[in-house]
Design a protein around this ligand. Structure first.
Ligand SMILES: Cc1cc2nc3c(=O)[nH]c(=O)nc-3n(C[C@H](O)[C@H](O)[C@H](O)COP(=O)(O)OP(=O)(O)OC[C@H]3O[C@@H](n4cnc5c(N)ncnc54)[C@H](O)[C@@H]3O)c2cc1C
Ligand SMILES: NC(=O)c1ccc[n+]([C@@H]2O[C@H](COP(=O)([O-])OP(=O)(O)OC[C@H]3O[C@@H](n4cnc5c(N)ncnc54)[C@H](O)[C@@H]3O)[C@@H](O)[C@H]2O)c1
Length: 481
């Protein structure tokens, strides 16, 4: 494309979730849209993130249920795991989803796909492998990539990351996982259940530090029951290759120890992919953490150029990247009016049990709203679904403001990812937890965890002095008739 009508309405750099949704949205509006992808469309979610990890977790869950079948009166067995076949199934899941994200699907939606690396050469131009491409608007959707911590010797021991772990052909017998965030815990538990001896090393004082402390405690207990060694407040200070694997030096508090493992999986940090993008020529600024700085409407410092997804430093989730992509496309092409409230985003850590979260944690809510914040916790020991499945350790934890409106929630349960949807809707509408009490739920479903919490909230409201006086008066009237 050159000038005039050949100038693209929207050039998208990066064909992950953010770029794909932006391209399909823009194509649907009839815009002239070009998407540039240097590797393969689909991005992290499809190739190295959500899809392979959830497929691996499904295999690991099956192995776990076989070992634990005894509690249902079925002879438990130690499964024989054919790791190559497990990984083949993982690839099969990717293949089944890939067509939706493919260049053909994008072309069908009205977007032109160019293969190559895009570099900005000015405020309204990128070059792809030397070829200029002018735009009215552009979208940076280049995602993020795993980053290694500066540990002496680490690069020499050929560490795995969430990018390369999918190339394994044999299950490592002893695996060290650096970082107890969502990647470390999901993959650490999956590898342990598939038969590896796993150690998770987390620098913070608890796993999944972004979650409610009680969720992290519950997760630690399950991982330990899975045979995983969980070391918190601990970092790796040295790595060294040995004849039969790797030795790691670990430091926690004032204690230093060494462990011997076959492979190391690093899941400590990700960094935005901005290197070599030519952002200076485009007049696009980065924030202090190196992400592309955007305003609430996803505009960068060059208002022709938007950014979406992981590269912005927003919570790194596929659903966020997708909403960003759609928002950026309509804001750029129609009018810059849509915003996203990052305080209302749900997410799920797909460990077993799942940890699902939306909104504010109790701590953040108290810092923002003060002492009026209340918490309603319903343990799942009396939820019938949990009892019949012999899985009663979880809980529903809802953070409320003074009027009983939902500010945030955390659920720990096998189906927490499904259960959180209802509280997400309530939070989005500014609703009160007790509003759910009158909504009929099917029995016996996991959603009873949320419903029972709402029913208790509602019945406690009925016992408040003012309600007591009202119901007392009605009862007296009834008896007098
Ligand atoms: C192991 C793992 C599990 C995860 N599980 C979940 C989950 O269960 N649920 C969830 O919501 N999220 C999950 N995530 C997070 C999710 O994968 C990301 O948030 C999401 O993929 C981000 O999408 P994106 O479009 O911003 O970036 P990406 O998917 O990274 O896409 C960016 C694309 O840009 C391309 N690119 C980069 N630079 C250029 C350039 N100069 N020119 C052309 N192309 C370029 C890249 O090749 C890439 O294809 C997981 C992540 C990991 C690592
Ligand atoms: N189910 C999901 O939705 C899902 C799954 C996986 C990843 N993700 C997304 O991808 C992002 C990246 O995940 P992640 O787990 O790689 O990163 P993360 O930043 O969420 O967690 C990294 C963990 O490593 C710890 N850490 C940092 N440096 C360390 C060190 N030197 N030694 C030991 N521990 C160290 C941190 O304290 C933190 O707990 C997540 O934030 C999430 O948004 C989502």
């Amino acid at each position: 494309m050159t000038r005039g009508s050949d100038v693209a309405d929207l050039v998208i750099v990066g064909g992950g979730t953010a770029g794909i949704i932006a391209a399909k949205t823009a194509g649907g509006l009839g815009a002239r849209v070009v998407l540039v992808e240097r590797d393969r469309t689909g991005g992290d979610c499809l190739w190295t993130g959500c899809v392979p990890s959830k497929s691996l977790i499904a295999a690991a869950h099956t192995a776990h249920r076989m070992r634990r079948a005894g509690r249902f009166g079925i002879t438990p067995v130690e499964p024989r795991v054919d790791f190559a076949a497990v990984m083949a199934q993982v690839r099969h899941a990717i293949e089944r989803i890939e067509p939706v994200d493919s260049p053909a699907s994008l072309s069908g939606a009205g977007a032109r796909v160019i293969s190559g690396t895009a570099v900005f050469t000015g405020p309204d131009e990128v070059r792809v492998e030397g070829r200029p491409l002018r735009f009215r608007h552009a979208l940076i959707a280049t995602g993020s990539t795993p980053a290694l911590p500066p540990v002496p010797g680490l690069t020499e021991v050929d560490p795995l990351t969430s990018d390369s772990v999918w190339d394994l052909t044999r299950l490592p017998a002893r695996l060290a996982v650096l970082g107890g965030g969502p990647v470390g815990c999901e993959l650490g538990q999956a590898f342990a259940r598939l038969g590896a001896e796993v150690t998770i090393i987390e620098a913070a004082e608890r796993l999944v530090p972004r979650e409610e402390p009680r969720a992290a405690i519950a997760l630690s207990a399950t991982l330990s029951a899975d045979g995983i060694r969980v070391l918190t407040s601990t970092t790796v200070t040295k790595a060294a290759r040995q004849a039969d694997g790797t030795q790691l030096e670990l430091t926690g508090g004032d204690r230093t120890q060494t462990i011997d493992v076959d492979r190391v999986l690093v899941a400590t940090r990700r960094r935005p992919r901005t290197d070599g993008l030519g952002l200076e020529q485009a007049g696009v600024h980065l924030d202090e953490r190196g992400h592309v700085a955007v305003d609430a409407k996803l505009r960068t410092s060059n208002h022709r150029i938007y950014a979406a997804g992981d590269v912005t430093g927003a919570p790194a989730f596929t659903h966020v990247a997708g909403v960003h992509g759609s928002m950026a496309a309509t804001n750029a092409l129609l009018a810059p009016v849509r915003r996203i409230d990052h305080d209302k985003i749900p997410w799920v850590t797909f460990t077993d049990p799942e940890i699902a979260h939306v909104g504010l944690t109790e701590d953040r809510a108290r810092r923002r709203h003060g002492d009026a914040v209340r918490v309603r916790v319903l343990r799942h020991e009396n939820v019938d679904r949990a009892i019949v499945e012999d899985d009663t350790d979880g809980f529903t934890h809802v953070v409320l403001d003074a009027k009983g409106r939902v500010l945030g929630a955390t659920i720990v349960a096998p189906r927490a990812g499904e259960m959180i949807a209802e509280l997400t809707g309530l939070l989005a509408r500014g609703g009160r937890l007790r509003d759910l009490a009158s909504v009929i739920h099917p029995y016996p479903a996991w959603t009873d965890g949320v419903w029972n919490a709402a029913v208790i909230e509602s019945s406690e409201a009925l016992r408040a002095p003012v309600m007591r006086r009202l119901t007392g008066a009605l009862l007296r009237l009834h008896r007098a008739r």
